[in-house]
Design a protein around this ligand. Sequence first.
Ligand code: GLC
Length: 577
Amino acid sequence: MFFRNDALAPADSGLSPDEWWKGAVVYQIYPRSFKDSNGDGLGDLEGIRSKLDYLKGLGIDVLWLSPIYASPQADNGYDIADYYDIDPMFGTLEDFDRLLEGVHDRGMRLVMDLVVNHSSDEHPWFVESRSSRDNPKRDWYIWRDPRPGYVGGEIGAEPNNWGSFFSGSAWAWDEATGQYYLHLFHRKQPDLNWDNPQVRHAVYEMMNWWLDRGVDGFRMDVINLISKDPSLPDGIVYPGRSWGEGFPHFSEGPRLHEYLAEMRREVFEGRSATMTVGECPGVRRDNVLLFTDPARAELDMVFHFDHVDLGLESGKFHPRTLRPGELADCLSAWQEAQGEIGWNSLYLDNHDQPRAVSRFGDEAYRYESATALATALHMLRGTPYVYQGEELGMTNSVFRGIDDYRDVEALRYYREAVESGESPESVLDGLALTGRDNARTPVQWDAGPNAGFTDGTPWIGVAPNYEEINAAAQVGDPSSVYSYYRALADIRHGLPVIAAGAYERIVTPSPAVFAYRRILDEAVATVLVNLSSQPAVLGDAGRGVSGDLILANRDLPEDDRGVPEVLGRWEARVYLA
Ligand code: GLC
């Protein structure tokens, strides 16, 4: 790596204190796979606390914890049975307070995952709701009679034809009360009825409780799904699918923006220094300002899915190879859509995605492609997110058979695809490429047993390359992926043009090159990245670049720091004028 950190000065970026998150780097922790402190094979809060200095050392400003609430763990905690308590597998509320204190002591902040499109079926709200048709909480969830002319429970009797994201129908039959309830995800994740004001106010009360306890904000799970078209119409059945596509009827539903604005008023108004990010699968570019235009007072930023969904036209587990430039074009189009009004979340990896270096990079050039992708992403306008292990260049894992998988999505999909005639080998090939468990293998801390994650038996296998790829080997090594991520965080903190500048794409002759400028007053930063495993011509695009090299993902002798004609495979450079 080449890095001129003397070019940075902790200057005033001009951001107002309420916009602190524009200059921040967020780190996502998937607690069950982060660090185990008590030998039960599952990560926990004490494990996280033991790594706070590591995170501070990486230049992290905000930790986002995937759900740690009490949960039967049908979907690894995205099925919450008590919003006010910590699951015993992770620790206690006292452990949480201690963790939060440790985070704040180091000048970092912590945001919780907010999972309120649905609860667990074991949440007392749902237990009451299903207890009888006239229970006062009946209407807290979405209950419907069988389709007219059908007997409940028989095939075709579901109130509509929507499929669940986790295979099968989105409706579950409740024999005791003779109705179906809606679950867009697992049947143990019944959808809450946001049209009921009592539900909304119960959620706001809970959010206020956590903020009063000291947390700094929320990442909101599938928040664009909370308002359903009340007539719940059938969806189109696409060829080869058994269920209808309900998505247009519950993504960005009729009252979504009303609810988000109400939440903002009821929870965030009058508080300072909070942060909100909405996970919004399927939200289109043209609509993004509806969520993030500050004048509308809804969310600070959203996670869109367009770039991680590239090449999945034939289904999530049948990805095609991406065309050169496809990823860059997509990221760039979102930069332009947000413009200078809205704000972006910048991510490639999370707990639902395969490892970015395996999907968008090239494992044969692991350091090069991990750092090139990171450069392309982190220098954009928006708040960058690092998912645990991404800073080490962790790769997809090697799963030998279906028994190695733990994810409910993978297990259900496997069963359904094999039953419908696909060969087990081909289903496993798809899961190996895009299955969520790739991201959920334990963080590789060192070269010792279980990669230093646990003294016990890890709940899911450790990726076999941990002896080579681990934190102990990378911290302190200036040529590591970790050190490179540290440099990217330093740049965001020390260069206002990166934190706050405008974005402008540079056209290049080779589609493999992603080139752009960031501009703030007199300052211009130019980012040149080759996102491919072949050399790529920069041509005329290089001629207009001014300034000095401040970052590159390789060592460069003094006479090679000007703008080159050709970028080597996965080469990344940042110039500053
Ligand atoms: C989100 C989460 C995912 C979960 C789903 C249902 O997409 O990121 O992990 O399975 O919502 O809560």
